[in-house]
Design a protein around this ligand. Structure first.
Ligand code: 6GU
Length: 235
């Protein structure tokens, strides 16, 4: 997989992508991540990337020219399966969306700032609009990191067997069962006896029951089933 990210703040990605599993995934050749500074595409003599909005209103808007030229430049080099705009008014990211995106060969992610981007970018280039939750961030960059992390860990080979994504919370719309490690008693707090019993079938049944009970109690919405992720809005 290749991921291109369009941003006004490429340095924001340096930390998240240079540690742990995301670093390993890049070093292992499972994913190439390239950040591109939108400002470098501005034809304005002061390299401006924002402007006042037509019709008035507070806040600056990211202008169409630098973003359009950046997207055209990238599209001239490869075909993208998804051109994603990170925005708080997009569809809320969930595991199903991450699964869908993990099947792509090339992703382009556009990070917004200020009051947002010129609507014509959204109308003519963007295939998917993604939010990471109902709260407002200063820009799309941290949200893009979340999407990249959720997607890259699903690429075949990125996680070891022990880290396998198959038993993730949410992969089957259930929260995970509680987990424990040594010692069996700490401070008088005991690990459930069943886990020490060595009886594999009983342990598996207990985990399923715990996962279901936890989900019912904490996230009953997950049990009601989820809506499908509409992709490729403009394609
Ligand atoms: Cl994708 N962007 C911004 N600016 N805020 C957010 C978000 C995205 N998702 C949740 N809040």
């Amino acid at each position: 997989m290749r991921i291109d990210i369009l941003t006004l703040f490429p340095a924001l990605f340096d930390g998240p992508f240079s540690e742990s599993i995301l670093r390993r995934a890049q070093e292992g050749g499972y994913v190439e991540i390239h950040t591109h500074d939108i400002r470098e595409f501005s034809t304005d003599k002061h390299k401006r990337v924002d402007d006042y909005q037509f019709g008035g209103g507070a806040g600056m808007v990211m202008a169409i020219q630098p973003i359009a030229d950046a997207i055209e430049h990238l599209k001239s080099q490869r075909d993208y399966d998804h051109i994603i705009y990170m925005t708080p008014d997009g569809l809320t990211l969930n595991q199903r969306m991450a699964n869908t995106l993990s099947l792509a060969g090339n992703l382009l992610i556009l990070c917004g700032h200020y009051k947002g981007i010129d609507q014509r970018i959204r109308d003519h280039y963007i295939t998917d609009e993604i939010s990471i939750g109902d709260y407002v961030l200063t820009g799309g960059e941290l949200a893009a990191c979340v999407v990249v992390d959720a997607v890259v860990r699903l690429l075949p080979g990125v996680l070891s067997d022990e880290e396998s994504a198959l038993t993730d919370t949410f992969q089957d719309n259930l929260l995970s069962a509680p987990i424990y490690t040594r010692p069996a008693e700490y401070n008088g707090w005991r690990v459930p006896d069943i886990l020490l019993s060595g009886h594999e079938a009983n342990i598996e049944a207990w985990r399923e029951q715990q996962a279901f009970e936890r989900t019912q109690r904490l996230r009953p919405d997950l049990l009601k089933g989820s809506t499908d992720f509409p992709v490729n809005k403009n394609k």
